[in-house]
Design a protein around this ligand. Structure first.
Ligand SMILES: Cc1cc2nc3c(=O)[nH]c(=O)nc-3n(C[C@H](O)[C@H](O)[C@H](O)COP(=O)(O)O)c2cc1C
Length: 166
């Protein structure tokens, strides 16, 4: 029975690892007034009217409590040249913001410059789902640049192949 369950988990991970996505860094303010955030590829759009997005946070993530407490978050859709910051925010490093450029936005959310897109959101719903928490947010501020996206596939990040643009 256990073997059967493990096989399903392994196959699930293998399939999801082969499902290419973009990459985001999602930030918020923690209870002490410090910036918090993590790299996430669980980000998806949900609704146009109103503008809703969602992302999922692992119960083990250090930033989970901050997202629950703050009631707001900023989504950075990463650009192809943000490889370094992608891995930094995917680490357990406690001072992730120390060596990166960032600033507080008008809505007091930590904002990283140079991403492809920025969406500042007000948390609309929090749903517990298995070992993750789903955060649904209403987009209250949005910005876009003309950069190309960073992609995630089989534990690697990269760019859209040139052939795509041919
Ligand atoms: C490409 C990529 C996507 C990720 N997506 C998620 C995600 O959607 N949700 C999540 O909880 N962790 C995700 N992670 C893992 C977190 O970024 C990682 O566990 C991080 O250390 C959590 O930081 P924290 O403990 O400071 O919150 C992802 C990691 C990578 C490299």
């Amino acid at each position: 029975m256990q073997t059967h369950v493990n096989k399903n988990v392994d196959t699930f991970k293998a399939i999801m690892g082969s499902y290419p996505t973009g990459v985001t860094i999602i930030t918020t303010e923690d209870a002490e007034g410090n910036p918090a955030g993590l790299t996430a590829n669980s980000f998806v759009s949900v609704s146009i009217d109103p503008l809703l997005v969602l992302f999922c946070v692992d119960a083990k993530a250090g930033s989970l409590h901050a997202f629950k407490k703050a009631g707001r978050f900023a989504v950075h859709i990463l650009a192809v040249d943000q490889n370094e910051v992608c891995w930094r925010f995917a680490s357990r490093e406690p001072n992730k913001f120390d060596d990166v450029e960032w600033s507080w936005s008008k809505r007091r959310l930590p904002v990283l410059p140079e991403s492809l897109g920025l969406m500042e959101c007000k948390t609309a719903q929090v749903v517990e789902a298995g070992d993750h928490t789903i955060f649904i947010g209403e987009v209250v501020h949005i910005e876009k640049t003309d950069k190309e996206p960073l992609l995630y596939f089989r534990r690697k990040v990269g760019s859209i192949p040139d052939s795509w643009f041919a």
